[in-house]
Design a protein around this ligand. Structure first.
Ligand SMILES: Cc1cc2nc3c(=O)[nH]c(=O)nc-3n(C[C@H](O)[C@H](O)[C@H](O)COP(=O)(O)O)c2cc1C
Length: 159
């Protein structure tokens, strides 16, 4: 079995989570950052894991584009979906459900929320302003949910 993880990450948090995940997966795993590669041959993969970070309620646009462009092929795969973000509670499900096509949400065999990071030094002026105002964060904050990553990879391994 062969697994592909496709993701988009702006400041590296999603990429960190993807690397943690790939270490725990049993299959041969390829990682593709959609910021670098857009045309992907899906034919050699049985499982496809798709994820990205959320900014102001929206997943990175490369993820949305990848899903809609490849929807028919993706519907034939075993699918896992995840998001990275700093929201908590009920908002997590809302963000997940609003950012992937219903056709993939219906067939996904694993769905995960891996938490996130606020690294103020990496953000531009506007982002810093939004984060400080909305989240009241004044210094770097990391909340990567390793237990959720572990649970997600176990679900993918059991397919
Ligand atoms: C301007 C801004 C807006 C954000 N909006 C959201 C949001 O709506 N929901 C959420 O869960 N996280 C939000 N986040 C948190 C990011 O998803 C988090 O920083 C994530 O770890 C970024 O991952 P990346 O480095 O892979 O892009 C926001 C962060 C910034 C800087």
């Amino acid at each position: 079995m062969s697994t592909l993880i496709v993701y988009a990450s702006k400041y590296g948090c999603t990429e960190k989570c993807v690397k943690l995940m790939s270490k725990e997966l049993n299959d041969k795993v390829d990682l593709i950052n959609l910021k670098n590669i857009r045309d992907i041959d899906l034919s050699k993969y049985d499982k496809v894991i798709i994820g990205g970070s959320i900014y102001i309620g929206r997943i990175q646009k490369e993820v949305t584009e990848f899903c809609s462009k490849n929807l028919d092929k993706l519907k034939e795969k075993r699918i896992g979906l995840f998001i990275c973000g700093m929201q908590e509670g009920d908002m997590i499900n809302t963000e997940l459900n609003q950012n992937f096509p219903s056709e993939l949400l219906e067939i996904a065999e694993a769905k995960g929320h891996f938490g996130g990071e606020f690294i103020l030094d990496k953000m531009n002026f506007m982002e810093k302003l939004i984060v400080k105002k909305v989240s009241k964060v004044t210094s770097n904050k990391s909340n990567i949910l390793e237990d959720n990553i572990h649970k997600f990879t176990q679900e993918i391994n059991s397919i």
